[in-house]
Design a protein around this ligand. Structure first.
Ligand code: FE
Ligand code: ZN
Ligand code: FE
Length: 185
């Protein structure tokens, strides 16, 4: 059958997204807890609920495909979650920390939007209309989350711009020089 190898790629990409969402279910509570702005915290809590829904939508697609969702690890999400954790450990406080978390979270949303956009196109081509409508629901949530973060970021970034530096290290940038992790440049 002509479309068999595209279908295999489609299933692999769906497994990648499944792994990404599962990783995010574990990471979002920490991001919510670390956020100092109440609205930002609520945004993460709400997105955690949506993310659990997104996991179940993917499971519905796998049921329709009669395939297993597991067997692949999303390395992109692993990296993004690690960067978010790194950002939260740095010595930023208050609005500056929130601004940093928003930056990490928006990377996650953009990554997911790209991944779902890809599988949506494949599902469409493969004539999987039921999948397309499930994917569209998730895509709408990811885009909405990204939008919300942009809006919240406007207020939080300007608070961050006015914030006194309370840390011992100005900028907190070189605070873990010699430590592992942060890129040199
Ligand atoms: Fe998601
Ligand atoms: Zn991935
Ligand atoms: Fe998301």
């Amino acid at each position: 059958m002509r479309k068999d190898s595209l279908r295999r790629l489609y299933v692999d990409e769906l497994r990648d997204l499944y792994s990404a969402e599962i990783q995010l279910v574990k990471a979002l509570p920490k991001m919510a807890k670390t956020a100092s702005n109440a609205e930002l915290r609520q945004t993460f809590e709400e997105h955690l609920r949506q993310t659990a829904e997104q996991v179940s939508r993917l499971e519905q697609i796998f049921d329709l495909l009669e395939e297993k969702p597991t067997g692949r690890k999303c390395l992109g999400m692993e990296g993004l979650v690690k960067e978010a954790a790194e950002t939260m450990q740095e010595k930023y406080g208050g609005a500056v920390r929130d601004a940093a978390i928003i930056g990490a979270a928006q990377r996650v949303e953009h990554y997911e939007i790209a991944g779902y956009g890809t599988v949506r196109a494949f599902a469409d081509l493969l004539g999987e209309n039921q999948h397309v409508s499930l994917i569209d629901q998730t895509l709408a949530e990811e885009k909405q989350a990204d939008e919300l973060l942009t809006q919240l970021g406007e207020g939080i970034n300007s608070q961050a711009a006015d914030q006194e530096d309370e840390g011992d290290e100005p900028n907190g940038r070189d605070s873990n020089a010699g430590g592992k992790g942060r890129r040199a440049a």
